[in-house]
Design a protein around this ligand. Structure first.
Ligand code: SF4
Length: 326
């Protein structure tokens, strides 16, 4: 039986008409280590009101993130810009697929005002995929970063971008706007891309991360994968090696959770001990920061982890050396 938080989060999930032709995969019962408490704190409701009042979307809600009660209680939310409708239909993702609305020109201002009101030390800004736009939305990302610098100068900025596949020059526009962290998730191992992330290319995503580091070696780069989709340990270790070769500083690994019966099934619930083993392996491979646990998401504890990553680099820059020597 689902717990109360599951029920409340499920009630807010958007429907997925684009996935109605897919077979049902009834969700598996979650193990005890995945259960989360229902969001009830005053901070949670204040954060929710602020998002509504400013007409903002968050990936916390759209992706039905299990950490929303904890994060929003601390006023930590991940802004999702460029609307709530994505041009891709990844098998793991709860965001609606369809024809997106035109960009909201007030969004950079509204995001920056909300972040300023929340008083965040660190903000994560992500987006839906906008393959319909000539630049994939890169200029809009840059405008959001620019307004954040003006209205929330004390806030460090992390962008979690799409792959900008087939959009030459787009990633360069975002890098030129100088976010503190450039995050792009690989999401899964390359062998599962056809089923899990059919609109994307593993090596294009890897190349994007490598290019960010080439363009600005001082910029922190970050990527993440979900486990439990049917990958094996060797494949995960190979992803770690690929990311280190691309000079990526920070790796996140979390358990995939199936949002609805129309999504990819959970193949395994990876145990906390197995996550610990992944974390140990990743640290050994030289990542400056690793977060690996069942509830890790790329923005979970992003403020704390970024502060720690920056402190470590300042103290021991040689420990986080780029293996390509950049
Ligand atoms: S982990 Fe990220 S997506 Fe989930 S609630 Fe926290 S900030 Fe939002």
């Amino acid at each position: 039986m689902s717990n109360k938080a599951d029920i409340e989060l499920a009630a807010e999930r958007p429907r997925h008409p684009e996935k109605q032709h897919l077979p049902d995969n009834p969700p598996r019962r979650k193990p005890a280590w995945i259960r989360v408490k229902a969001p009830t704190s005053p901070g949670y409701f204040e954060t929710r009101k602020l998002m509504r009042d400013n007409d903002l979307h968050t990936v916390c809600e759209e992706a039905a993130c299990p950490n929303i009660g904890e994060c929003w209680a601390k006023r930590h939310a991940t802004m999702m810009i460029m609307g709530d409708t994505c041009t891709r239909a990844c098998a793991f993702c709860n965001v609606r697929t369809g024809k997106p609305a035109p960009l909201d020109p007030n969004e950079p201002e509204n995001v920056a005002k909300a972040v300023s009101k929340l008083g965040l030390n660190h903000v994560v800004v992500t987006s839906v995929d906008r393959d319909d736009l000539v630049d994939g939305g890169a200029e809009h990302f840059a405008q959001v970063i620019g307004r954040l610098r003006e209205l929330a100068p004390g806030t460090t900025i992390e962008v979690l971008t799409p792959d900008f596949l087939g959009k030459p020059g787009a990633m360069e526009v975002v890098v030129a706007a100088k976010p503190d962290v450039f995050n792009h998730n690989l999401e899964t191992v390359p062998g599962l891309y056809p089923q899990v992330r059919p609109g994307a290319r593993y090596f294009a995503s890897l190349q994007l991360l490598a290019r960010v580091k080439e363009l600005d070696p001082a910029m922190f780069t970050k990527s993440g994968i979900m486990v439990g989709l049917g990958e094996d340990r060797q494949q995960v270790h190979q992803v770690m090696d690929d990311l280190r070769t691309a000079g990526v500083d920070f790796l996140t690994i979390g358990q995939y959770l199936q949002p609805t019966p129309k999504h990819h099934p959970v193949v395994d619930f990876v145990t906390p001990d197995e996550f610990k083993a992944y974390e140990t392996m990743a640290r050994g491979k030289g990542f400056g920061m690793v977060a690996a646990s069942p509830l890790t998401r790329s923005s979970y504890h992003a403020d704390r982890d970024f502060a720690e990553l920056r402190r470590r680099r300042q103290q021991q820059p040689q420990d986080n050396a780029d293996p390509r020597g950049t």
